[in-house]
Design a binder for this molecule. Structure first.
Ligand code: GLN
Length: 487
């Protein structure tokens, strides 16, 4: 039986109803991985034996009494991939960096612990741009994943491995992380649905930090119901991460079908400028029509500070990255080069361990934090960040959701932008402000342009992930099934 086209929700129910075992499901996906992974390159590490062992344990406990041990059975027995910057005990966790190429996790990240407590089966680590810096997966020091819709194209990034794995049917659902768009952009480019939750919704304990005030763990899947299920499991307050919020997690799944009549949606005029590809604009327009048919009311809104979003984001995220990455010095983690003297050890470990893009961010970060430039760059950027946030809050007091494109283009060819970092950064225009404001946003597949998927972005108010899933789900039902890439 070919299970790879099934959603995580369908699989979990089939397993609980004993129509199939978790072991069979897990084997089926491992076989799918074997048959397509050479082309797709979505994984940095696969835990075949461990996954099967976990699946067998689930099967043993798959009865009413046994399942009581599990907190939430929304993904019971279902295979899940973790992005390679999320630590899990006893598994290699490399952030796709040479400096961590031999790093084995010594504890479980909170999200991993929660997934295990829910009976999900962890099958491997997904490839990514090194330390989550990038938009194409080409900054991975391991290999660069390919877009299952066109293997010569990028799957997006930095959670490109997670997105490619889901799009290719290698796993039904995967965790990703999003600092400036790294879940939403690859979701858009691969025809998957991806959520970046509210800052503080999901614990970052056990996530290798990039920009600590921006990073959030979220997920990618084939349906918003699958996302609702995984978010139900991983969300919530965690005493190990003081930035998590003690705000109740609603029952996302039960709210999926709610009527959206009268829902107010804002279209920010700054997101529909002439630079936006015409064919992408058409997909967005069509989506708006569908939502209107479902009863939504649409109006134009304005987010004037959007024009400063990219420069502000690259100052703040690089400053935080420079501080966060100072811990990789050859002393405690990963690869150590040279024992001559301590200075040489730092320099050699970091020179050989980090790739070009990571070094570029560290240099930008240290520059904007340096005493002569701090006020002009970092302090200024922090002030502009506040204005960007205020823009969103003003608009979200008038409308329930904001709808925008996710990426200004469809998946681009490998090699097309990698030598021009600024070009690559400019592609983040529609996603980075949301991280700076800390708001939740979802990317939902809405159409195709020249055979390549295009997603649209819905942005909600703080902790309104429920509304994002609800609207995305109603939209998906109208849109119909997305076909599968031929591999
Ligand atoms: N493309 C953005 C960057 O390179 C976003 C990365 C992310 O969200 N992790 O910084």
């Amino acid at each position: 039986m070919n299970l790879y086209k099934k959603t995580a929700s369908e699989l979990a129910e089939m397993i609980k109803n004993k129509e199939i075992t978790s072991e069979e499901v897990t084997r089926n996906f491992l076989d799918r991985i074997k048959s397509v992974e050479d082309k797709v390159g979505a994984f940095s590490n696969i835990f075949e034996e461990k996954a099967l062992e976990q699946a067998r344990k689930i099967d043993e406990e798959n009865n009413e009494e046994g399942r009581k041990k599990y907190e939430n059975t929304g993904l019971f027995g279902v295979p899940v991939a973790l992005k390679d910057n999320i630590v899990s005990k006893g598994d290699l966790t490399t952030a796709a960096s040479q400096i961590l190429k031999n790093y084995v996790g010594v504890y479980d990240a909170t999200v991993v612990k929660k997934l295990k407590e829910a009976g999900a089966v962890l099958v491997g680590k997904a490839n990514m741009d090194e330390f989550a810096m990038g938009s194409s997966n080409e900054n991975s020091s391991i290999k660069s994943a390919s877009n299952p819709w066109d293997l010569e194209r990028v799957p997006g990034g930095s959670s490109g491995g997670s997105a490619a794995a889901v799009a290719a049917g290698e796993v039904p659902v995967a965790l990703g992380t999003d600092t400036g768009g790294s879940i939403r952009q690859p979701a858009s480019l691969t025809g998957t649905v991806g959520i970046k939750p509210t800052y503080g919704r999901v614990s970052r304990y056990g996530l290798m930090a990039f920009g600590s005030s921006l990073d959030q763990i979220g997920a990618l899947a084939k349906s918003s119901e699958d996302l609702a299920r995984i978010m139900q499991i991983i969300s919530g307050y965690d005493e190990n991460d003081p930035t998590t919020a003690d705000v109740e997690v609603p029952d996302y799944v039960s709210l999926l079908e709610k009527d959206i009549k009268g829902l107010k949606i804002g279209l920010p005029k700054e997101y529909f400028s002439d630079e936006l590809d015409k064919s992408i604009k058409e997909v967005v327009d069509k989506t708006v029509e569908t939502l209107k048919k479902l009863g939504a009311e649409v109006k134009e809104v304005s987010l004037p500070y959007t024009k400063y979003a990219i420069s502000t984001y690259y100052i703040i995220s690089s400053a935080e990255a420079a501080s966060n990455l100072s811990r990789y010095d050859g002393v405690r983690y990963g690869v150590r080069k040279s024992d001559e003297n301590i200075e040489e050890m730092y320099v050699k470990s970091r020179t050989e361990g980090f790739g070009d893009e990571v070094k570029r961010r560290i240099m930008i970060g240290n520059y904007v934090l340096s005493s002569g430039f701090y006020d002009a760059y970092y302090k200024k950027a922090s002030q502009v960040r506040r204005l960007i946030r205020d823009d969103f809050l003003r608009v979200l007091s008038e409308v329930d959701l904001i709808l925008t494109p996710v990426s200004p283009t469809t998946a681009f060819k490998k090699g097309e932008k990698v030598t021009d970092p600024v070009q690559m950064y400019l592609g983040d225009i529609f996603t980075v402000s949301i991280n700076m404001a800390g708001l939740p946003a979802i990317s939902v597949p809405a159409g195709f342009v020249n055979g390549l998927p295009v997603g649209i972005q819905l942005i909600g108010n703080y902790f309104r992930e429920d509304l994002l899933f609800n609207v995305a789900n109603r939209f998906e039902k109208e849109r119909g099934e997305i076909k599968y890439p031929e591999l």
